[in-house]
Design a binder for this molecule. Structure first.
Ligand code: AVI
Length: 300
């Protein structure tokens, strides 16, 4: 963490590593974000699920071993598994042991006969997956989480997923579609300030875990729509000239200087498929307003 933070604060523009937004407090704040009136994403994806669950299960076919990336609470997954025709098994991949255990409890209670082989780990790294002989693998990756990775990392992940599932294997992926900044900016800068608290919590974590001395009162959250790159960008902006210390180093910030903490890529189907070069688009589903999409892709 210390190495990554020093690297980020020494680069131009300055950055802080996105993955550290999700400590216990950050995960709790993100859960609150998903219920905010301005944050349409979770609700909209759920409506696509409600309307098209059976179509998704049908597109995936039978005898499928479902692999889920970042399974979290796993509410959608249980419904998907129940809609699938005799799933061969289920592998949730989740970095948080506590979240993994909670989702496994729910699945095992509701579907006691299902073969479940969980992996506690980081799906952005190569992992050893359980053997799934005789069944087709489909990766389930909802929530537009791919949008937080950046183009290079998401391309690399999609390439790895294609290897994991192999020829004929699939990917059911949820993405947030390009839309007006009038909707996007409030979604990432809500009136109640929960997204601001989520972003600022990163500073508390770096103080606690990396020995930094950020004063969170001297920083502000900012959300910006980058039209050219089709992504929302979150920053922490220094409200005055100040110095921050970390691991024996001194970082000077001027008033108004912005440190980039997160990106949320927005997609068209074409831009998604340009990243997912090993896959072909089989089917996709959207909501009434075409705000979000679930796409089913297969390795040809
Ligand atoms: C998890 N991820 C898809 C969220 C997003 O919309 O990019 C994270 C988030 N950051 C601020 N609000 C939500």
């Amino acid at each position: 963490m210390v190495r990554q933070v020093i690297e980020g604060l020494s680069s131009t523009p300055r950055t802080l590593p996105t993955q550290y937004l999700y400590d216990a407090k950050g995960s709790e704040l993100f859960e609150r974000i998903t219920h905010l009136p301005e944050y349409y994403l979770t609700r909209t994806e759920m409506s696509i699920f409600d309307d098209h669950l059976d179509d998704m299960a049908a597109a995936m076919g039978s005898d499928v071993w479902l692999i889920e990336l970042g399974s979290g609470a796993g509410t959608k997954t249980l419904r998907l598994l129940q809609a699938m025709r005799e799933p061969a098994g289920y592998t949730p991949i989740e970095i948080s042991k506590a979240a993994l255990d909670a989702s496994l409890d729910a699945i095992q209670t509701e579907m006691p006969g299902l073969d479940v082989q969980a992996v506690c780990g980081d799906f952005t790294h190569d992992l050893n997956l359980p053997e799934t002989p005789g069944s087709r693998r489909v990766v389930f990756f909802p929530g537009s989480t791919i949008g937080n990775l950046g183009a290079d990392a998401s391309r690399a992940l999609l390439r790895r997923l294609a290897r994991w599932v192999g020829p004929g294997g699939g990917l059911l992926i949820g993405v947030d579609l390009i839309k007006s900044p009038d909707l996007l900016v409030p979604a990432y800068d809500d009136a109640a300030g929960i997204t601001a608290a989520f972003n600022l919590n990163l500073l508390d974590r770096l103080n606690r875990e990396a020995g930094a001395d950020f004063d969170r009162q001297l920083w502000e959250h900012r959300a910006v729509w980058n039209k050219r790159e089709a992504r929302m960008e979150s920053y922490l902006v220094s409200t005055r000239d100040q110095e921050v210390h970390l691991a024996g180093r001194r970082f000077a910030f001027s008033a108004g200087e912005a440190v980039w903490t997160e990106q949320s890529q927005k997609y068209s189907l074409a831009s998604l498929m340009a990243l997912a070069q090993d896959f072909s688009l089989r089917e996709h589903w959207t909501d009434d307003r075409s705000w979000c999409a679930m796409a089913y892709l297969e390795v040809s």
